[in-house]
Design a protein around this ligand. Sequence first.
Ligand SMILES: *Cc1c(COP(=O)(O)O)cnc(C)c1O
Ligand SMILES: [Zn+2]
Length: 388
Amino acid sequence: MNVTHLECANCGLRHEARRLHNLCSSCGKPLLVRYDLKQAARTLTKESLSGRRADLWRYREVLPVDADENIVSLGEGWTPLLHADRLGKQLGLTKLYIKDESQNPTQSFKARGMAAAVSMAKELGAQKLAVPSAGNAAGALAAYAARAGMEAFIFMPRDTPRANIIECEQTGAHVTLMDGLITDCGAEVARRKEAEGWFDVSTLKEPYRVEGKKTLGYELAEQLNWELPDVIIYPTGGGTGLIGMWKAFDEMEQMGWIGSQRPKMVTVQAAGCAPIVRAFETGQRFADEFPNAVTAAAGLRVPKAIGDFLILDAIRASGGTALAVTDEELISATGEIGATEGIFCAPEGAACLPALKQLMTTGMVTANDCVVLFNTGSGVKYLECFSH
Ligand SMILES: *Cc1c(COP(=O)(O)O)cnc(C)c1O
Ligand SMILES: [Zn+2]
């Protein structure tokens, strides 16, 4: 709405806003949307938010869609930030919260990104959308494409959770199952997209999914009455949500809503696929592809993320960290969170709990810290993980 241009997150090259783009035309890295935030802040004020619609479009002035009629919505965003009182007591934390993203359409936070990406694809004239996905991005794209009257072409690993495959079929997408990982699916989309006329909506390979996901940062601030938490624990695959929140904090600071203080940003990955953890530990800015990636937490099975440097920059600038947990730990954490708080987490979201325990052991989290765990999806999509 108040978009001025797109900017390469790596080399800074400016790209024109009102046309379809994938990556930077010069260096091939992600493009980020830039706004006239002074203009946005004229009508988007903290006070103006009360009474606005209870979805992510409440932050309309800092979202990229120009014309209201292009918004494709299923009611995404504005999910509850639940005080985890009982779990917190067990751990010795009074201010433990769970941002429950399982309450989004299609039961994961991928809905935020796809709502923005599909709306922009509609506005800019794309007709056929393609995506490689570990599961939830596929379900979200299929749903939003159907809602927009567009075609979705979805490429998933054959061992993707069954619920994701079925929901895509039932929402009218063209589904291709592949032997291999999400990176192999991505290569297939890249190979065929030109001839097929597909617009590639891979995460961070188009500029708008991160805009949808950045609303996580706006919501956190608003729900905590404009005090950011001390620590954010985020299950990281492609890193779009973390990168988005970090961008949102900057935008809010520029609009005068918050100060320069930032939460410690903590990336959690599965021990079987931890490229960001490895790069963090070895001091690299770009992460090597993680070999033989395996984890039941499908959304974390991303051996190579194109936004790796943005994730690592944010973690380091915030004084946060990156750590890995085993599949055994994250599956068992699902039951622990479920039984104490009544939230049936996705295994990715549950991974935040063993990570939090590690942070308490090392002293990065202490008793009075305000800590937010991200439950990024619903356990209902992953029944295979819980069968005995
Ligand atoms: C995709 C996904 C993630 C990882 O999100 P990124 O923003 O790509 O890091 C985590 N949890 C679930 C449930 C997901 O679907
Ligand atoms: Zn560039």
